[in-house]
Design a protein around this ligand. Structure first.
Ligand SMILES: Nc1ncnc2c1ncn2[C@@H]1O[C@H](COP(=O)(O)OP(=O)(O)OP(=O)(O)O)[C@@H](O)[C@H]1O
Ligand SMILES: [Mg+2]
Length: 276
């Protein structure tokens, strides 16, 4: 293994985007890693063979498996309605799985509520309604820290380091921010619990290509601090470029799974999902 595994496979090699020391200032929560050791070969996070749907409705996911290693970026792509968001919700505990399990850092969390999963180190930014628009930027971040009983001022400072515009606008209602800035609020809010795993459902929806690139750069920076990223993206090409691992979902099933690079190069995947 090379000294910096995060610089080998990803498309964006611009050193200026990250902390030049190679490790960011965001810290995953302490005291959460004294779980029983992960079984050999079990990824850091895995939603394994997940089958289930909403309420008593039909199954949306069919034997779907999604995993990510520590400090890596996994990207889920696929057509509208493929079950990408449903897969994320299943990992976060918002679906009753009829089959399968979710394991985080060696612990089976399949039975835990979403709230309990946050306490175990999951941060989730949903696709819609992911900020409180009438609250200020800073209040949104404070809300993000809701489970913490310790002083979170350092974490807030780290979020402002990552997204300096949020510091500038910290007293403005979040609803007054641009689309890209709102997404920064949403990501920052999720980082306030110091997650070990950050789940993002279409973080670049509705933003310009430049803002998308910037957001991806920040996400890479977060991953370099050791936080795992599980991300759904419509901008499949650009997302797979920064992905260690990619999942193509079709009708709730795993259609293709490989490294981001291999998926980008797969003629079938290119033709069907990446516009040629
Ligand atoms: N709350 C819900 N209740 C019932 N069915 C739902 C619910 N949310 C989604 N579905 C259904 O689950 C299927 C998968 O939807 P999902 O939102 O997971 O797709 P997606 O891949 O995220 O799509 P998009 O790219 O449009 O975000 C769809 O058939 C959808 O109608
Ligand atoms: Mg979706």
């Amino acid at each position: 293994m090379s000294s910096n595994p995060y610089q080998e496979d990803r498309g964006n090699k611009d050193i200026s985007i990250g902390n030049p020391k190679g490790v960011g200032t965001l810290q995953p929560a302490k005291g959460l890693s004294n779980k029983k050791a992960a079984a050999a070969g079990t990824p850091f996070l895995i939603g394994e063979n997940m089958t289930g749907g909403y309420g008593n409705g039909p199954d949306i996911l069919h034997d779907c498996t999604i995993a990510v290693e520590k400090g890596e970026i996994a990207v889920i792509v696929g057509p509208n309605g493929a079950g990408k968001s449903t897969g994320m919700k299943a990992v976060f505990g918002m679906l009753n799985l009829r089959k399968g399990r979710v394991v985080l850092d060696g612990e089976d969390i399949t039975k835990l509520t979403p709230q309990a999963r946050v306490a175990e180190g999951m941060g989730f930014v949903p696709q819609t309604a992911n900020i409180f628009t009438s609250m200020t930027v800073e209040e949104n971040l404070e809300m993000g820290a809701f489970i913490r009983t310790d002083d979170f001022a350092d974490t807030m400072a780290q979020v402002y380091d990552l997204f300096p515009i949020l510091k500038e606008k910290r007293l403005q209602p979040a609803g007054e921010l641009s689309g890209g800035q709102r997404q920064q609020v949403a990501v920052g809010r999720a980082l306030m619990t110091q997650p070990k795993l950050l789940m993002l459902d279409e973080p670049t929806a509705g933003v310009s290509p430049i803002v998308m690139d910037e957001l991806f750069d920040r996400i890479i920076e977060v991953a370099r601090t050791g936080i795992s990223i599980l991300m759904v993206e419509q901008n499949a090409r650009q997302a797979l470029e920064i992905a260690d691992k990619g999942y193509v979902l079709v009708q709730g099933r795993n259609a293709y799974t490989d490294t981001g690079k291999a998926l980008m190069e797969d003629p079938e995947v290119r033709r069907s999902f990446l516009g040629g």
